[in-house]
Design a protein around this ligand. Sequence first.
Ligand code: GAR
Length: 214
Amino acid sequence: MTKKLKVGVLISGRGTNLQALLDACADPAFPAGIALVISNVAGAAGLERADAAGVPTLVISHKDFPSRETFDARMDAALRAAGIELVCLAGFMRLLSDGFVTGWRGKMINIHPSLLPSFKGMHTHAQALAAGVEQHGCTVHYVTPALDDGPIIAQAAVPVLAGDTEETLAARVLEAEHRLYPEALKLVAQGKAGTDQSDYLNRRGAEAQKQRED
Ligand code: GAR
């Protein structure tokens, strides 16, 4: 079997996307494995999920550091010491310094609960409802210094239904996230998702073509 890509996951909370990644990585045929989970929040529920899967965890609290840069440097050192090759942000709710992002450029991906470039930042479901869109969804993308802005790897759309609240819409998007993140990680681990945005556009075009032919 070929070597699995060594993944580190950064979380801040409940870790349902982490769980989806852990479940996918449990398959011996999956091309990536999670070697470290770091939470910036002690007691985050996601830490228990990693423990249950036998994955090493670290709590690095941003509150223990005088600056964003020193906090990020500690995370960077831990990831490098563990031999991490790709970082997955999964509900990691801290802005990262430019230095950290640059150091992991092309080797760090994030899941965001909207169809980027629409609805960057926080409260994406409320933003989508306020805008009156018919479709909402989620995006996995490479992380660049600009917020929620890097090259897209994969997207999944869900309908916005009459009577949706922020909660019902968030739940529908979250289900899509749990399918999308493992798919996107697989593409990256297989070397099929480059950081050049034309890669994604070509893949999408090929999928659309295949659907027309089926
Ligand atoms: C997910 O919906 C994820 O897309 C979002 O936080 C949630 C984490 O849930 N991330 C962001 O908003 C990042 N900008 P989880 O801890 O259950 O995976």
